[in-house]
Design a protein around this ligand. Sequence first.
Ligand code: F6P
Length: 344
Amino acid sequence: MRIGVLTGGGDAPGLNAAIRAVARRGFQLGHQVSGVKNGWAGCLEEGLIDELTPADVRGILPLGGTILGTSRTNPAKEKDGISRVIETLRHHAVDALVTIGGDDTLSVAAKLHDAGFPTVGVPKTIDNDLSVTEFCIGFDTAVGVVTDALDRLHTTASAHHRVMVVEVMGRDTGWVALIGGIAGGADLIIIPEFEVPLTDVVGHLYRRRGEGKLFSIIVIAEGAHVPELEREQGGNAEKDAFGHIRLAKRGVGDLLAGAVEHRTGFETRVTVLGHLQRGGSPSPVDRLWATRLGVAAVELIVQGKSGVIPIRRNGDVDVVPFADVVQEQRRVPRDLYELNQVFG
Ligand code: F6P
């Protein structure tokens, strides 16, 4: 059998560990492996599917990014996109595909499966918002970046008695902001799941000053809602092929920092962590689970399974249909969100 492997959507640390796992388990079971370059774009254009050899996947375990490249191309938006993808894969003698991606990439994988092409997924997104699975490739490393940044920002915030606003990724959910913020000792965390009025932010900062705490660290997810700031933003909304607004351009951290300084007079600075959260070497947790799930994906394909995805549940590998993972987003529950209010 020839197994194809593809990485789609935003890159995340651990993708190469997963590619290596898919290839190595495929070779071990006596199969051939092809790498599809640049996500779904590699199945719509010619010349982007190549044989992967053992040498191609040697030494890539600790590398960030993806040796295959990625894109946010959405074949479902192209004329006959899904059938063209399948035609290209068949033309390259690919019998089944391992699709490593988040909700957008996996929603396309589900369409391939529905159209009769054998496809298995592997969960990836630093946003950690796929339903059912306890693990998505890249999340653990991204949390580590946020935690490290907060440790550094604490010392400079305290030296200057400043408010530091730290904008982190998180389009629809606040997992990176909340878990990174708790681990890094943030004083206030604002995430998309729970709206926070600007008056509450200002009140929080005054209370801290009143208690003699002369600096504050606010973590805000890029997709968070502060009603008073929404009004200032207007309709600045550039969208990607899956219809998502490019939040980095929205600049909610900058808006919040400006509003806080204006209303309190406290000197305020903003740091946007941006793509630093997606770069660099994967953490041991990301390496381990990318490896386990990559191996599991190939084993499912070899067993003739399709339309399913190995996930982590109760600390072990489990297998669920695509639909379970992409039908709704996993959102931060209130009790976890409220945990940080003990420390603010
Ligand atoms: O979907 C993952 C994500 O990390 C989001 O949190 C963020 O909005 C988006 O990617 C930004 O990605 P890019 O700048 O690569 O389009």
